[in-house]
Design a protein around this ligand. Structure first.
Ligand SMILES: NC(=O)c1ccc[n+]([C@@H]2O[C@H](COP(=O)([O-])OP(=O)(O)OC[C@H]3O[C@@H](n4cnc5c(N)ncnc54)[C@H](OP(=O)(O)O)[C@@H]3O)[C@@H](O)[C@H]2O)c1
Length: 334
């Protein structure tokens, strides 16, 4: 049936340019694993392109970002909860160009530059690859002022930070906020989101990251023994809210450094402080769009600490596993 005769949507051919640079059934380059393990199980191979359903878009990936969850899923740590169909292509963050749209797709067209958080309910097609297919609700336009690597580094940690600072902690103007792990992937966005809401921000980090935190307007403190005293010196009246992105018992000092009704949230499964709100990043297009607006307003920058070509994904994961990457590690796709 030709829908345009009854006012319905255009056909696939009409929605997509006639000179699509690809043919159906082609293969693409991807990084995969055939069994659970560490970075050593990754292989660079050619696989069939992902199929695209009628309400999806096909994205030509320009860059993707690594996250600690990639390592856990790849190690089989959540095998009891999530099905993996081998070979698995890891990765959930994407920045790229819409290449093709399904007949039932609205909101995006070929040529659009987008970012997305494309975690599925199974592990099969991820973003360590040349292409991914996604639903429009998983996407937002790419911030015009971010390059591809920065844009790829925004979705997962941005959603996590935004949902922690805005929805879980409800950080308000004039408050003082402490972020544990302030120079990490989640942390460096959380401190900026808190500052954009008018909070005064203290962040824990290795000394090598203190200059960067000062550049963001954050008061840096070194983590480890004596942390509570160092935070108290900067916030004698106590902090109003604490976000833990580091784990390792960081929340244990919360009562000593907080106001009487201090609020605490964790993205690192930590709960040493009673009433800690556990945050689990979830897809919310409105939150993704809010992140784009903050970035375009100059209030949110993504620090790409390391950039690797797709073929070197295993080296990139080794660096991530050290836990001190100082921002985002991204893979660029030619
Ligand atoms: N719940 C969710 O939905 C969700 C989403 C995303 C991430 N996460 C989790 O959140 C955590 C952070 O993720 P990420 O992407 O930000 O990781 P990341 O970029 O690797 O950052 C790790 C951070 O931990 C800090 N750190 C390392 N050793 C520390 C120590 N001994 N004490 C205190 N801090 C220490 C690092 O600080 P320095 O580099 O300054 O030393 C760095 O800021 C991970 O556990 C990740 O799995 C959860």
């Amino acid at each position: 049936m030709r829908w345009e005769t009854d006012g319905g949507p255009a056909s696939v051919a009409e929605k997509n340019p006639p000179d699509l640079p690809r043919a159906k059934g082609m293969i693409m380059k991807a990084v995969v694993y055939h069994s659970f393990g560490g970075p050593e199980v990754l292989e660079v191979v050619e696989v069939p392109e992902p199929k695209m359903f009628a309400d999806q878009v096909r994205i030509r990936i320009k860059a993707t970002a690594l996250n600690p969850a990639d390592l856990g899923f790849q190690a089989g740590a959540v095998d009891a909860l999530v099905d993996s169909f081998f070979p698995v292509i890891p990765g959930w963050d994407v920045a790229g160009i819409v290449e093709e749209v399904g007949i039932g797709t609205t909101g995006f067209k070929p040529g659009d530059e987008v970012i997305g958080f494309v975690r599925g309910v199974i592990q099969r097609y991820g973003t360590y690859a040349e292409q991914i297919t996604a639903e429009p609700r998983q996407l937002a336009r790419k911030p015009a002022n971010l390059d591809w690597g920065q844009a790829a580094g925004l979705p997962l940690v941005g959603l996590t930070a935004y949902q922690a600072v805005v929805h879980a902690l409800g950080v308000r103007e004039g408050e003082t906020v402490l972020v544990h792990g302030a120079a990490g992937g989640v942390g460096h966005l959380a401190v900026q989101i808190a500052a954009a809401r008018g909070a005064s921000v203290i962040g824990t980090a290795s000394e090598s990251n203190h200059g960067y935190l000062r550049f963001l307007g954050v008061q840096p403190v070194t983590y480890g023994v004596g942390l509570a005293d160092r935070v108290r010196a900067l916030a004698p009246g106590g902090v109003d809210a604490v976000l833990d992105t580091a784990g390792r018992g960081a929340l244990a000092i919360t009562q000593r450094i907080g106001t009487a009704d201090v609020r605490a949230a964790s993205v690192a499964n930590s709960n040493e402080h009673p009433g800690t709100i556990q945050v689990f990043a979830h897809l919310d297009q409105a939150d993704l769009e809010a992140l784009v607006e903050l970035a375009e307003a100059g209030k949110l920058s993504v620090r790409v600490a390391w950039s690797f070509p797709l073929d070197q994904a295993a080296d990139a994961q080794r660096l991530l596993s050290e836990g001190h990457s100082g921002g985002k590690i991204v893979l660029t796709v030619a």
